[in-house]
Design a protein around this ligand. Structure first.
Ligand code: TXA
Ligand code: MG
Length: 324
């Protein structure tokens, strides 16, 4: 776990316009001073991310929200009070403090308070907002350990704060609160059920939304290996037939089949609990890449609770690859 001297050093790096990889409860972020347009531009360069794709501004407490946005609607206040610090990102109208570089030119801004002691200490020591996308190359799997960050970004990042493995393991839920009926733009660590219980009404969940931001892109969160999704009962048969045809197959074996032996190159037994599955998901994809798999055969969990976000990431991992 990062020590006070490291937090101070990281805050210094941010003040000087550098990039700091920071742990959050969801995934590691690649952070810069949100108000420094040049530092923000470096994030896009290091990630290889198109500049039109907006970033999330991380702040130290819900009380700071007002200074980053034009106005805070009642729903936003309610959700922030209930879920911050935590894996929830709110999209609001941009305040003048936020440079357009950070929002990809949008007049809205995404904001959250991360629930990780190291991130919160860094935000307190730095004093400002830290804009941070996930600390991976554009399109690839988000990092859930400091080692993943180093492997992925190397010298591109000036300082890496190690806060241990991420507790949640997949990104925050993004909720657009600019419209009358709030909608989920990206399912994540806070479940739709919990949000609806807090609001006392249903949320809009855009299904096949057009590609406008990276988290929405069909081939986001993709490992090197090709990913195919099949019914849970078909995983073993499909994996074995692909393996027999000469491919190196990695298998996400559903928990219900944990005792089944599979003739494949590598097998990951999917944890029975959704919490553990979410926590492990990106690490499993990385592991199967490292073990040289050409193909990953997996199935979708039931899309309730965290299962919605897990299924979203698996679909995108299996989505059509493109260079956009
Ligand atoms: O858990 C997380 O959210 C992690 C940690 C580091 O906080 N961050 C993260 O950032 O996942 P990133 O850049 O990989 O994804 C942020 C997503 C964008 O892909 C985009 O979909 C959405 O946030 N976003 C940001 N600003 C937006 C805006 N103004 N309107 C709509 N969506 C926005
Ligand atoms: Mg990302």
């Amino acid at each position: 776990m990062a020590r006070t001297s490291e937090i101070e050093k990281a805050a210094e790096v941010l003040r000087a316009g550098g990039l700091v990889a920071l742990p959050t409860e969801t995934v590691y972020g690649l952070g810069a001073n949100a108000e420094d347009a040049d530092a923000v531009a470096r994030i896009f360069h290091v990630k290889g991310r198109p500049p039109s794709h907006p970033l999330i501004v991380h702040i130290g407490s819900a009380e700071q929200l007002d200074s980053w946005v034009e106005e805070v609607p009642e729903t936003a206040r309610l959700l922030a009070d209930r879920f911050w610090p935590g894996p929830l990102t709110l999209v609001l109208r941009r305040g003048s403090r936020v440079p357009l570089e950070a929002t990809g030119g949008l007049e809205t801004v995404a904001v959250r308070v991360p629930d990780h002691p190291v991130a919160l200490e860094l935000l307190a020591a730095f004093g400002g907002g830290v804009t941070a996308p996930s600390a991976n190359r554009f399109g690839s799997v988000s990092p859930t350990t400091a080692d993943h960050v180093r492997a992925e970004l190397g010298d591109g990042v000036d300082f890496v704060l190690d806060g241990g493995p991420c507790e949640v393991g997949l990104e925050s839920t993004i909720v657009d609160v600019t419209a009358e009926v709030p909608s989920i733009l990206r399912p994540g660590g806070v479940t739709r059920e919990d949000l609806e219980a807090a609001l006392g009404r249903p949320l809009a969940v855009p299904s096949a939304s057009p590609v406008r931001v990276p988290g929405q892109h069909p081939s986001h969160y993709a490992p090197r290996a090709r990913v195919v999704l099949v019914d849970p009962g078909e995983v073993v048969a499909q994996a074995e037939s692909a393996q027999e045809s000469g491919q190196r197959v990695g298998v996400f074996l559903p928990a219900a089949f944990a005792d089944t032996s599979v003739k494949a190159h590598a097998v990951v037994i999917v944890p029975a609990s959704l919490d553990a599955y979410a926590r492990g998901l990106f690490g499993f994809l990385r592991e199967l890449d490292e073990r040289g798999c050409d193909l990953i055969v997996a199935s979708l969990p039931v899309e309730q609770g965290l299962g919605l976000a897990i299924a979203n990431r698996l679909r995108r991992a299996a989505g059509p690859r493109s260079t956009v």
